[in-house]
Design a protein around this ligand. Sequence first.
Ligand code: HEM
Length: 131
Amino acid sequence: MPTLSKLYSMQEASEHNTKDDCWVVIDGKVYDVTTYLDEHPGGDDVVLAATGKDATEEFEDAGHSKSAKELMETFCIGELDTTFIPQLEISSKKQTDYAQKLMDLTKQYWVVPVAAVSVSVVLGFLYLRKK
Ligand code: HEM
């Protein structure tokens, strides 16, 4: 059965970057390692330096053992929210850009239909006068 886990944005996770409140993001999961900082064999400074970003590579590069990975799971508080809202904003911005361009073109080329109507009126007038 799938478990429901809490979602955190990278922005939110990155706000927990002190010795008294420390979260790290590894492999799409968020870990609150505040209570483990003092016990971490690699020191607290490396963990603190890994906050506010995806620390997967650094965690893997340190060559953590299987038991370290098991221990890590006990600190998991949720997952990283990967919903990409800025892209939605970009696509709606694109739409307004197109609409704006169309409006600009309409404003720029209003002369064409007006000239066509004027020429038709003059030609019609001349034709009627000839009769
Ligand atoms: C939940 C998070 C973490 C846990 C539970 C954890 C646990 C451990 C453990 C148990 C060790 C001892 C060696 C081993 O058994 O593999 C270790 C070593 C180490 N850890 Fe972590 N770690 C965590 C996060 C990190 C992060 C984010 C970094 C960032 C670079 C890091 C860097 C290191 C380094 C450099 C060592 C090697 C220390 C040495 O051999 O001198 N760890 N860690």
